[in-house]
Design a protein around this ligand. Sequence first.
Ligand SMILES: C[S@@+](CC[C@H](N)C(=O)[O-])C[C@H]1O[C@@H](n2cnc3c(N)ncnc32)[C@H](O)[C@@H]1O
Length: 383
Amino acid sequence: MANDKLQTAKSAKNDEFYTQYVDIEKEMNAYIDYNPEVFKNKTILLPCDDPEWSNFTKYFAQNFQRFGLRKLISTSYAVESKKYKVNYQPSLFEEEDEKFDIDKTRIKGKIFILERDINNDHKINIDDLEWNYLEGDGDFRSEEVKKLRDESDIIITNPPFSLFREFMAWILEADKKFAVIGNMNAITYKEIFPLIKENKIWLGATNFNKGMYFGVPENFVYASTYKFEREQNGIKVNRVPGVCWYSNLEHGRRYQPLTLMNMIDNKKFSKHKEIKNIGYIKYDNYDAIEVPFADAIPSDFSGIMGVPISFLDKYCPDQFEIVNLSRYLEDSRGMSKEFVQKYYEQGNKGQISEGHPDLCYFDNNGNAIVPYMRILIRHKNPR
Ligand SMILES: C[S@@+](CC[C@H](N)C(=O)[O-])C[C@H]1O[C@@H](n2cnc3c(N)ncnc32)[C@H](O)[C@@H]1O
């Protein structure tokens, strides 16, 4: 129970992480480099935002004309509805506006719209943003925000991490283009992985597995183990390790095949001690070879290969087919009795038993190994 509470508090805290301008710019540049007209005549919705100071709103408002946007809509979630209690103070911008309402400011979401030149300076930019309170609290699941979703072409945001599954389902049910930030673990979700396998969604172009620094509220308390930078560009930040962008907008990195050596050359020249002079080990319970590093994928192997999840950052759909994720294997032969026995003799504490479907192998020294989750892939043109 106490643990549950702690977990809820932790994920609520993680919901208030604000994306830095440079991270948005880098990712959007990749889409624009691939297709300079990607945003032309499009309506972009930025949900789960705090438009008065969000870098998403700022970035798209500043670039409204350059991108040729039709309309920019940005919505925020009411401060009273947020799970993580921040020290809320309405902005001067809101307080000085005639629409300011002392009650609504805490319980209503806000909407900001940019689509026309309201100050007659012959430009459409951040000064032309029009705002209002929403009817409700700005929950992305509300009918009100769903309507905004439906009228939009592209949805871009860093949604609350604790609601990532629901948020993705919300985008996908409306069949929208999107670019959103999420936890890397989401790759393995049963709702997400099949879409990655079918090339309906993919990883973004930047920041994979590097750890991103997000702005955090003033009253944010760091974990006792936190040892990274606490300030960047004058704002309080917190580094989150395993995050990445998810998208269905095209970018060039997806079309850059990996340059690889064949099996014989890998065995002779690989920089990895696990491969050099050894070659590739077959799984004990599945017809595939273990390839522990993406750059050690042999170019001429036509069978199935198990690679770490980080391969996805290098995945070029013209080069490889994704067959499955080890977690979802239905045709594994299961772990043998000998394997399980050896595994426990080595002092491992993992919970496995005979018939367990996870991939496993005996390494060159006869050790029983269960590799961390693997993506199973196959070359489209082995050579
Ligand atoms: C990870 S933060 C990111 C904020 C902003 N998009 C950015 O990147 O700077 C997610 C935001 O979504 C808000 N939020 C939480 N639950 C929500 C919900 N059900 N509907 C809409 N917004 C929500 C949180 O309060 C938080 O402000």
